[in-house]
Design a protein around this ligand. Structure first.
Ligand SMILES: [Zn+2]
Length: 412
């Protein structure tokens, strides 16, 4: 079976491995603990407590495999990015189960020792927020290591000295793969070790493995894989690990049409990681021309959640044509544990180079506002003219809905 066929089979058989106790939208620390308690009964896995978060929640590692090559994969250092935590447990199920991929699975376990750290930021996860309890972004704390959680991850890496590091995140929905207009469903990065983006042997290996991931995923999401921005961030883990000789790979799970619960990108994450593990265990990434990495289109921020085109703004008796780009942030009501969205005007003016995940031609609609619209603020303004607008899926978005989005409440 060639690798394309293998990953197609794995993709089709994914439901056999999916950890059904976890959703992809929100994972609590207690859910994690209950799965790990079960896992403890399996001989294959060694579970350790690496330390505790600021609020006292344990951070765990799961180690398995006996190979010489060491892989560290960690997820959810941003608390509101749980997709890969779910995918790591899907992978654990893949390795735990007797399935039709026994040879492939055993080869991986013989060649590689895996160290998974799911949910590096349990305090952020609990509140569905990016930062830890000190409101520090852990991925900007790799040098100072002031946060307990960053120090725990760093110290663990120092202890095990991995050859490869997988840094697993979720990205927002505003990215396209190049200028294609297609969503960037998965984006990948070989983090640079300096501002001139040097390519040393360590980074070259990351690029080669990324090319293999790109090959494996292309059959499922053609044209929807992108290269994440490679500006050097001296405070980030991936950049510092690369500097320290760990070939690092960032995987960002992005938006896919109708994948509201992120189950599809979770599955893609699962396949992406297995394809990387395979290329590392078989060392076939070494044959890849690393410059192919640059043929993966760049992540471009060319989308808004909602784009209103051709509105008319009146000011001092004159009219002006403006487009309004609105983004929605997914937030959680901490009491009800229900999601809601906060709408914010991201940009105003000529937005003709952008597309909207939802967009409407607002020709004939006037903005009547005593204040000017403001970027970066939730705004409320009146649209007058037509009473409702037809949208693509046949339902209607009316003035109240638009106003609701702008007021930061849920729609639909
Ligand atoms: Zn992130």
């Amino acid at each position: 079976m060639n690798s394309k066929e293998l990953f197609n089979e794995i993709f089709l058989g994914y439901d056999n491995f999916r950890e059904t106790k976890l959703g992809s939208e929100f994972i609590t620390h207690s859910e994690l603990i209950s799965i790990l308690e079960q896992l403890q009964k399996e001989n294959l896995f060694k579970i350790e407590t690496l330390g505790k978060s600021v609020e006292g929640r344990e951070i765990f590692s799961v180690t398995f495999g006996t190979g010489r090559t060491k892989i560290l994969a960690w997820s959810q250092m941003h608390g509101d990015e749980p997709t890969a935590t779910a995918a790591l447990f899907d992978l654990i199920n893949f390795f735990a189960s007797n399935n039709s991929f026994t040879k492939f699975r055993n080869d991986l376990l013989n060649e590689i020792t895996f160290h998974f750290v799911p949910m590096v930021n349990p305090d952020g996860a609990e509140k569905f927020k990016r930062e830890n309890a000190f409101n520090i972004d852990l991925n900007r704390d790799a040098q100072r290591l002031e946060s307990y959680e960053s120090k725990i991850l760093w110290d663990y890496s120092e202890k095990i000295q991995p050859d490869f590091g997988f840094n697993l995140h979720d990205q927002n929905s505003y990215y396209t793969a190049g200028r294609s207009g297609k969503h960037s469903t998965i984006s990948l990065l070989a983090p640079p070790l300096d501002h001139v983006k040097s390519i040393n042997y360590t980074r070259e290996k990351s690029m080669q493995v990324i090319c293999k991931i790109n090959d494996a995923l292309s059959q499922f999401i053609p044209g929807q894989i992108a290269r994440y921005n490679d500006d050097h961030e001296p405070r980030a883990f991936g950049d510092n690990f690369t500097k320290n000789g760990i070939s690092s790979i960032l995987i960002e799970a992005g938006y896919h049409k109708n994948d509201f619960k992120k189950e599809f990108v979770r599955k893609l994450n699962f396949v992406a990681l297995l394809s990387a593990f395979r290329s590392i265990s078989e060392k076939d990434f070494e044959k890849v021309d690393y410059t192919k990495y640059f043929s993966v289109p760049e992540n471009e921020q060319l989308l808004f959640d909602l784009l209103l085109r051709n509105l008319t703004l009146f000011f001092n008796g004159k009219s002006f044509k403006i487009d309004v780009g609105i983004n929605r942030k997914k937030c959680m009501n901490l009491e009800s544990k229900k999601f809601f969205y906060k709408g914010t005007i991201a940009e105003l003016g000529d937005l003709s180079i952008y597309n909207g995940i939802e967009e409407y031609d607002m020709t004939g609609f006037k903005i009547e506002s005593s204040n000017m619209l403001t970027v970066d603020e939730s705004a409320d303004f009146n649209l007058t003219g037509k009473s409702e607008l037809k949208i693509i899926n046949g339902s209607f978005l009316n003035y109240d809905n638009i106003k609701t989005i702008l007021n930061g409440k849920t729609i639909g």
